[in-house]
Design a protein around this ligand. Structure first.
Ligand code: ATP
Ligand code: MG
Length: 643
């Protein structure tokens, strides 16, 4: 038996038919049958009044009818979820869940329509202890009654008519398509859990906005503790809940509950220039230096150590991690405290300066500064550091031969290997002739080595009057310390690169080798590499030989075991060696505006589309072992100084 509402709608349809007939007979045709005249003639006010009373959820739950939901108390089922947006329907599309997806269409009541956003999270109760958690994947208007609004007359009326309500919501169905994410249920201990969406909601079930923090965190599989990255958001708007504070924090897992902390499976921050990479990186890295953050040693799990954060800093920005952000007021600090966000200058921050003749550091570091030099002897086991990518393969082999012979020569004469004497060794014309005549190195290769490798900059770099790097390992790789290596004060790009490559290789060598330095082996190291694409570029990059890439790729794979976490920062993710990119488990994507960069991060299509529209502070987090892919907004303040 039809209920009140059906009856009313039937009468309206009948009436609408009569009006249409009249209009046709009087020669106006269907194009004049537009929403305004319709709404005038049908007195939609009274219609809307009657619909309102039928569609508000209180009444709806009381309504008797074929749906059989009369005994259900929606308020108690979803008391935390605010009032319903609308209902699940079957009138427009079939209601279906299958192995490949779902078709769940919701009708949205007119007063809620302006709240609906693509990507918003919703829940639909199953009227037992479970509910469907999903997101809005499509929004659509459809005509409620037939009228042709694509006509000249109609358009002119709307454009030139005065006082016309352009869209009368009752003339349209407003539909949302729901993409199920999971089913939320409570286990026997009353803890909220999620599982695959394997059941279908009933027709006419209410659709609620999700306003409970735990539901959202469980629904999206976001850890409830860890390293704070930002607040969950949709289309740039932070998701608000009924909790205090209302925001939903997004944490990166930093414990051993399911595998290793995710920092040891590496993190990438990418975004075009000026999109806030450094600001965000400081905010994230500061979290790892929180007082209680320790990681057990591989060789003895009972020993736990704080991480050492090593930062390669091309723009002299990270030394500011020692300074407070003076703009943080007590209200902001209160909010940080309530979400376990660490803030404030980190006092154990040190600046390590490579001594380069003629170059003085006059940067902004307020941290203690320590100088060091890289002795040429380091090249013995790492000859590839001298190789630039512009060397051809025979030239590289020639250089390695010369380096090997030089160190052997020094050993025989009990000499101390120095760059200066290596240079004399190679430049010696008699020696050159010998190599060429014996066919060890082709003359043109020898000349290329002289030209490309023995550049004057190296004289100012190797073996300077400062402590050799290996003597200060203990003060660089110290648990609970931030060690910053600024390079901006050095004018030669080749030397800047050499410093970064040397530090990278020192860490990697010692972490990977069984005979590596104990201090480095036993310290969890987070290596933050700004401009990462320069040092880890695809074959054919301009800075380094492929050798370091492969070595690094190996280290990246072993990172978990060895306590080495990479934190890569770049504006050109497409230039990073794919082998390395593949190992990066957490991708933090800020605004990127070039297709190659966007394609390289390999996020699902619906998120790919959002990337060029992300505003400052907005980002996509793609970290499959942490949570579902989500959009978040970072803090609008830097937790340390960033100027
Ligand atoms: N979430 C944010 N809220 C407010 N301001 C921000 C935010 N992120 C960055 N900024 C500001 O935007 C500017 C650029 O930020 P930042 O230096 O971090 O960009 P970047 O991506 O590292 O740039 P570059 O490519 O030059 O290294 C800075 O002035 C910074 O203070
Ligand atoms: Mg930057």
């Amino acid at each position: 038996m039809p209920n009140d509402y059906d009856f009313e709608k039937e009468s309206l349809d009948e009436l609408a038919g009569k009006v249409q007939k009249l209009l046709n007979e009087s020669g106006f045709g269907s194009d004049s049958f537009n929403s305004e005249s319709y709404s005038d003639s049908l007195d939609l006010k009274s219609y809307s009044g009657s619909l309102d009373s039928k569609f508000n959820s209180d009444k709806f739950s009381d309504t008797e009818g074929s749906i059989g939901l009369d005994s259900i108390d929606f308020q108690s089922i979803e008391s935390d979820s605010g009032s319903a947006y609308g209902i699940v329907t079957v009138g427009v599309e079939k209601l279906e869940i299958n192995d490949y997806g779902a078709s769940i269409v919701g009708f949205i009541s007119s007063e809620k329509r302006s709240l609906i956003r693509l990507g918003s999270y919703i829940s639909v109760p199953y009227f037992d202890d479970e509910s469907l958690f999903g997101k809005i994947s499509k929004i659509e208007y459809r005509q409620e009654y037939f009228s042709d609004d694509a006509t000249e007359i109609h358009s002119n009326r709307v454009i030139f008519g005065s006082g016309i309500n352009r869209t009368n919501e009752f003339d349209y169905k407003f539909l949302i398509y729901i993409e199920p994410i999971c089913i939320l249920y409570k286990n026997k201990d009353g803890v909220l859990q999620r599982r695959m969406a394997d059941r279908i909601p009933k027709p006419n079930s209410p659709i609620y906005p999700v306003s409970d923090k735990a539901m959202i965190q469980t629904g999206l599989n976001i850890p409830s503790a860890g390293v704070f990255l930002g607040h969950l958001s949709v289309g740039g708007e932070t998701v608000k809940t009924n909790n205090v504070p209302p925001t939903v924090p997004y944490y990166l897992r930093n414990d051993y509950s399911i595998g290793d902390p995710l920092i040891f499976r590496h993190v990438l921050v990418c975004g075009s220039t000026g999109t806030g990479k450094t600001f965000l990186t400081k905010n994230i890295l500061r979290q790892f230096m929180e007082e209680d953050n320790t990681y057990p040693l591989r060789k003895d799990k009972s020993i736990k150590k704080k991480p050492c954060l090593v930062i390669m800093d091309p723009q002299d920005e990270y030394c500011q991690m020692i300074e407070d952000n003076e703009l943080l007021d007590s209200h902001k600090k209160f909010n940080f405290d309530s979400e376990n966000i660490s803030y404030g200058g980190f006092k154990d921050t040190f600046t390590f300066l490579t001594k380069v003749s003629g170059q003085e550091y006059t940067g902004r570091s307020k941290a203690v500064q320590k100088s060091f030099t890289i002795p040429f002897s380091y090249i013995k086991s790492n000859p590839w550091i001298m190789e630039t990518a512009e060397l051809s393969e025979p030239q590289k082999l020639g250089l390695e031969k010369l380096i090997e012979d030089y160190f052997e020569y020094e050993r025989k004469i009990n000499g101390i290997p120095k760059y200066k004497s290596f240079k004399e060794f190679v430049e010696n014309p008699v020696r050159k002739q010998g190599y060429v005549e014996e066919g060890k190195i082709h003359e043109s290769s020898y000349d290329a080595i002289l030209r490309k490798v023995l550049i004057s900059d190296f004289d100012k770099f190797f073996d300077q009057s400062a402590q050799p790097i290996e003597e200060i390992f203990e003060s660089v790789f110290k648990p609970g310390q931030i060690s910053v290596f600024p390079t901006e004060y050095i004018s030669s790009p080749r030397i800047r690169d050499l410093i970064v490559l040397t530090i990278m290789s020192i860490i990697v060598d010692n972490k990977l080798s069984t005979s590596g330095n104990e201090t480095i082996k036993d310290t969890p190291v987070i290596l933050a590499l700004d401009e990462a694409h320069r040092y880890l570029s695809k074959d054919g990059g301009s800075v380094q030989s492929e050798r370091i890439i492969h070595k690094f790729a190996e280290a990246v794979k072993q990172g978990r075991k060895e306590g080495l976490g990479l934190f890569l920062i770049t504006q050109d993710p497409q230039d990073i060696q794919p082998e390395i990119l593949k190992q990066v488990n957490t991708k933090i994507i800020l605004n990127l505006n070039n297709d190659a960069a966007i394609n390289s991060v390999k996020v699902p299509k619906e998120y790919e589309k959002k990337i060029p529209y992300l505003k400052k502070g907005q980002m996509i987090i793609y970290s499959p072992d942490n949570s579902d892919i989500v959009e978040i907004t970072g803090l609008s303040d830097c937790v340390v100084n960033h100027k």
